[in-house]
Design a protein around this ligand. Structure first.
Ligand SMILES: [Fe+2]
Length: 261
């Protein structure tokens, strides 16, 4: 499994505080079957700034330490970029990091609103050949109230990344049920941990996929898993027929039909 959103790098944001914690997180990731992850420290969110040079250096050092310790995990560089006025300039000048050097970037909106320029940014990024993955839209208050506004961003070329903890109920019932609805409505393309530590914000990726298998079926699991691989390999994110919103009920009907056999 590949996890495209983690805070594993030590001491630079609210994720792992030191190397010991980073290595412990890496071991926990491997224990649940994660073979590669993208380190995506917060960037430009008003509290943390983690420029490319710092991220690249720490990723390089973490990878070396993992090699020495014999932990079979590949770490890729990235950033969780809070959308900001200089976003396009940062992308154009390559000051901002994409995920694993691909054409995909991980963007974070404020938790309460969808910024007015969000649509314009998604469009402009597309023109630059850059594809926007929006981190945990299920936790954005405006998306919760107006899912159609997030749908519009998806229609304009954005992708949605839901957090494992949202699907598993750690952020409350409302976000949990909304997350599942976003999955079945085709507004989710990737599932990631957004892991910050080994406690309440751990990985739980294998657990989330297992629950997706139970609730939505194996096709969803395969699609989400393959999409995470597609990100680090700079391939295409797939939106298969199971996400055909013209009539999602028919898939539920077939699923129930087969489940009863
Ligand atoms: Fe994050």
């Amino acid at each position: 499994m590949i996890d495209i959103h983690t805070h594993i790098l030590p001491g630079i944001d609210d994720g792992a505080p030191d190397w010991e914690a980073s290595l412990a997180m890496a071991r926990a990731a491997v224990a649940e079957g994660i073979t590669g992850l993208v380190a995506t420290p917060h960037h430009a969110n008003g509290k943390y700034d983690n420029p490319k040079s710092i991220v690249s250096e720490l990723v390089w050092e973490l990878q070396n330490r993992l090699k020495v310790e014999g932990v079979p995990l590949t770490v890729y560089s990235g950033q969780e970029i809070r959308v900001h006025t200089d976003l396009l300039e940062g992308i154009e000048t390559k000051e901002l990091l994409s995920l694993a050097g691909s054409a995909y970037v991980l963007l974070e909106m404020p938790s309460s609103t969808i910024p007015e320029r969000m649509s314009e940014w998604v469009y402009e990024l597309n023109l630059l050949g850059v594809k926007a993955i929006i981190a945990h839209p299920e936790r954005n208050a405006e998306v919760l109230q107006h899912p159609d506004r997030f749908q519009r961003l998806v229609d304009e070329g954005a992708y949605g990344q839901v957090t494992t903890h949202s699907l598993l109920g750690a952020f409350g019932k409302k976000i949990e049920s909304f997350s599942w609805k976003m999955c079945s409505d085709g507004l989710v393309h990737l599932v990631s941990s957004d892991a910050h530590n080994l406690g309440v914000r751990g990985f739980r990726l294998a657990e989330a996929y297992e629950k997706i298998n139970q609730k939505l079926g194996l096709e969803y699991v395969q699609t989400y898993r393959n999409n995470a691989i597609a990100v680090i390999e700079n391939g295409e994110i797939q939106i298969p027929h199971i996400f055909d919103k013209t009539d999602p009920r028919k898939w539920n009907f077939f699923r129930k039909l087969f489940a009863n056999r």
